[in-house]
Design a protein around this ligand. Structure first.
Ligand SMILES: C[S@@+](CC[C@H](N)C(=O)[O-])C[C@H]1O[C@@H](n2cnc3c(N)ncnc32)[C@H](O)[C@@H]1O
Length: 266
């Protein structure tokens, strides 16, 4: 698949995420199954660094790109932000919608949008958001330049972009440790197309063995940082932290990165 064919990748990945979510809802996969109940019980899904880097979000408009099941999105809403969440997977958004209802959030406090991050609707790109947030999504997006240009357009002057992602080095060396054969150098960013469920290929999120295709990119740290900076956003922080769930970390290495950038104010 050509790396520029983002629409085809998004279609494949939507099918995969719908299946991952269904298997989670059916109890086949552990972790983040009971997001709604935990949110209602008062749990926040925000890493302390997200909050510290975003600052006080009370009364601010916040756009969560790739909001998934809404765990972070609704945690931001509970802090007083007016939130809009975008995701490509109807099943993920269905969970987020349950959270919206369980928390009693009105339409002006939380809006969910089904769509591809590389094809955001114009009404989200009118420089109206004080905060744009995204976690766990970069490997699903091939065209970082196009995506971050949209982030720049969505932000109000003076607004803040918080990008959280698995650390490029931990992804690469973690894959090495697991013996992955198709990722030869750190500088090979993909696309990596994988057929799950075929020939017994199992994925920890696909224990049912559904026949799925995923398309991912492993962007280097330099590419991510440069792509943000090239939009004109001013990078103030690049925080490297250990991965609390130890999904990716290589012992002693970084697990996640959190980047903070701002749009020049008026
Ligand atoms: C690892 S989950 C992260 C969800 C949430 N942000 C979190 O941190 O838990 C990745 C999410 O990205 C979404 N996604 C993948 N490709 C996308 C695309 N092209 N447009 C919109 N969402 C996408 C998936 O549907 C999935 O919900």
């Amino acid at each position: 698949m050509a790396s520029g064919d983002t629409g085809e990748a998004a279609r494949h990945n939507r099918g995969a995420w719908d299946s991952f979510r269904r298997q989670r809802d059916e109890g086949l996969v552990g972790g983040r199954r009971d997001v709604v109940a935990r949110l209602v019980g008062g749990r926040s899904y925000l890493h302390s660094q997200y909050r510290a880097l975003a600052g006080d979000v009370t009364g601010k408009r916040l756009l969560d790109l790739g909001c998934g099941d809404g765990a972070e999105l609704l945690s931001w809403a509970r802090l007083g932000a007016f939130v809009v969440g975008v995701d490509n997977s109807p099943r993920q958004l269905a969970v987020a919608q349950q959270g919206v209802e369980a928390l009693g959030l009105t339409a002006d406090r939380c809006r969910l949008v089904l769509g591809d991050l590389l094809r955001l609707p114009d009404d989200l790109l009118r420089a109206e958001f004080e905060v744009v947030f995204s976690a766990g999504v970069t490997s699903w997006i091939g065209d970082l330049e196009r995506w971050f240009t949209a982030v720049h357009r969505a932000l109000k002057p003076g607004g803040v972009f918080i990008l959280a992602a698995a650390h490029s080095l931990s992804l690469f060396y973690g894959a090495r440790e697991r013996g992955a054969s198709d990722w030869e150098t750190y500088f090979d960013e993909g696309p990596f197309m994988e057929q799950l469920g075929e020939d017994g290929v199992r994925h920890r999120w696909n224990p049912a063995g559904d026949g799925l295709t995923t398309v991912q990119w492993m962007h280097t740290l330099g590419h991510m940082v440069t792509a943000v900076a090239q939009t004109g956003l001013r990078i103030s922080h690049l925080v490297e932290i250990s991965d609390q769930e130890e999904l990716y970390s290589v012992a002693g290495g970084p697990g996640e990165l959190i980047l903070r950038a701002t749009k020049d104010g008026d």
